[in-house]
Design a protein around this ligand. Sequence first.
Ligand SMILES: NC(=O)c1ccc[n+]([C@@H]2O[C@H](COP(=O)([O-])OP(=O)(O)OC[C@H]3O[C@@H](n4cnc5c(N)ncnc54)[C@H](O)[C@@H]3O)[C@@H](O)[C@H]2O)c1
Length: 491
Amino acid sequence: MSSEHAPYAPKRILITGAAGFIASHFTTRLIKNYPNYKIVALDKLDYCSSLKNLQPCLSSPNFKFVKGDLICADLVNYLLVAEDIDTIMHFAAQTHVDNSFGNSFEFTNNNIYGTHVLLEACKVTNQIKRFIHVSTDEVYGETDLETDIGNPEASQLLPTNPYSATKAGAEMLVMAYHRSYGLPTITTRGNNVYGPNQYPEKLIPKFILLAMKGAQLPIHGNGTNVRSYLHCHDVAEAFDVILHKGVIGHVYNIGTQRERRVIDVAEDICKLFGLNPKEAIRFVQDRPFNDQRYFLDDQKLKKLGWQETTPWEEGLKMTMEWYTKNSDWWGDVSAALSPHPYLSVEELLKNYDNVCTLRVRMPISSDLSNPRNFITKISRYNKVVNISNSMTVLDELLPISIEMAKRKCRGIWNFTNPGVVSHNEILEMYRKYIDPKFKWENFSLEEQAKVIVAARSNNELDAGKLKKEFPELLSIKDSIIKYVFIPNKKT
Ligand SMILES: NC(=O)c1ccc[n+]([C@@H]2O[C@H](COP(=O)([O-])OP(=O)(O)OC[C@H]3O[C@@H](n4cnc5c(N)ncnc54)[C@H](O)[C@@H]3O)[C@@H](O)[C@H]2O)c1
């Protein structure tokens, strides 16, 4: 079938991941240019998305937003049938490579299993006329720096990180449903995209927000990795072309021939903010694996009539202006701005309102034979540092944790006794109650400075919230005496 002769005319389109970065631009473009299409946007509104991204669509009569998770088969089946969907544009995914080095199961779950649920729903409902699957250039793995030939669509898939591996896995399922069940699929593999609405964990918005705050721009490794960036409006147009003119069963690269090193991107952003790159850029530890380059052959899509139109300098300036005006689009994004922003467990648990998180510090117990007991540890060291810290006396606090469960306490709690105690103060108590001959040696201040690697190793946690809930809670020193030294008293 020739694409020129048979432009596809969708009627009711399901767009997954629509409140994310790229899909929000594409959805907005469809709503504006095709008022006769009915659009159903499905998104679980993950940390990186925002309904604000879809603001221009919300009041449109042909637009409906559904908050829901792709991995819920009942919901997906229901939507296809109830909304009489004939076309799917599947953007939803976990997309941040850095996170995939931390919590990679989330990537398998959303990217592979989520795609599988969608495909199965298409098979069961048997009404889909186009399934456009959005994949990435990263599935090809890295391109040699020396070559000037980009990866054509027929290249082998050789992903190198958990994110791209899950995207390649999803593609395999799409291919299988096309071959096995005749599902009319088209797959796209795109270069990096930049522009407004992109969550600031990604390089360009992260650097813009850091530069705005006058903070340094952290570059993974030495910054010589090469990336190809397309502006989001050009990419939205590419999806428009593929939706209407793409040929079933085909793969289309969405690429640019213009490449730039990460260090050049950082320098261009410094220039926009009038910063001296030598002072503003800092090199940090590289990712576990960081592809040198993703270079695509972009001819096939060009033959469908698409071409990139936004010059880099103009696109970057518009993006900078948008972030300057909308710096609080997602609220507090400070965690995303760190050089390696792995999601902490505490961050993940915030999604559950029935979880109580207890922050224990330097646990102490009355079992002085347990090698993990902080007192046992420091009494066996040849030399000890002397620093004041918050600590947790387990004998007193574990029963409190049970009481907290009974009281249905929720949220994050510093789970320490009020106040601080130093190493020497504990060892003095040890000498007084356990062994009058006990001696220890402290590091000198200079030695201490060398052995302590962490910038802050004195750490006082505010136990005020716990004390308010349990007014009988003892201060750290009183608790150690009552629960540890008096029961073990030998002198
Ligand atoms: N950003 C890029 O540079 C780039 C380049 C090439 C390809 N891609 C691909 O394009 C697509 C969109 O990327 P993006 O950068 O806009 O992503 P994004 O991270 O900004 O948005 C992803 C969206 O998917 C939603 N989502 C994730 N899992 C979901 C689930 N299980 N159910 C419902 N919604 C879910 C999220 O809430 C979010 O709104 C992805 O498939 C990505 O792999 C992105």
